[in-house]
Design a protein around this ligand. Sequence first.
Ligand SMILES: [Zn+2]
Length: 184
Amino acid sequence: MINESSVIDSFQELLNDLDTLTYASYFCEIIDISMQDEESNRDLFKLLITAFYLIKNKAVDIEILARAFELKVLQATGYGFNLEHCCICRKKINTSNYVSFQYSGGVCSDCEKINGLNVSYAAYNAIKYLFKIPLENVHRVNLSKEIKYEIYKVLSQFIGQSYFRKPKSLDILNYLENFKQNEV
Ligand SMILES: [Zn+2]
C-alpha cells in the first residue's frame, strides 16, 4: 500500500543521497579548479581523501565539512586568510566583523572596509576556527544555520575571485533550496 508519508520518505532518502553526491562532486570540482603544482596537488589529494572518508562515515555536517574543505584548499594553494592580524595594517586582532577579499583577511576597526563582506563576529570566529583545525576534526564542530550561510557567502565569493573558474556543482542544491522555500 502506498501512502503519502512513505512517498515523501522515499524522496527524502533520494534527496539525501543527491546532497551527498553533489557535495562529493563539488569537492572534486574545487580540487580541479585550484590545482597548481605537484606539491600542492598532493596536499589537495590528501584533503579529498579525508573529506570522502568523513562523508562515507556520515559522521559530519556536510555543509561545515564543505566550508572547512574550501578553507584548506585555499590555504594549500596560496590563498589562505590572515585572520589573526588586520590584513591591511598588520595589527594583531582577536576578531573582526569584516573580511577583505582584496587582502585576504580580517580588517581592524581603524582600517577602511572595502572589497569584502561584513560578517558577524560569530561567523568570523567560526571561519578562524575552521581554518585552524585539521579537517578530520570537523565532525566536532556545530554551527547554526545562519552562521553556516554567512560563511558560505564569504567563501563562495572569495573562491569565485581567487580562481579562474567558478565551481558550479552546488548550484543544483541552491536551486532545490529555493524551490523548497517557495513551496512553503
Ligand atoms: Zn588595520
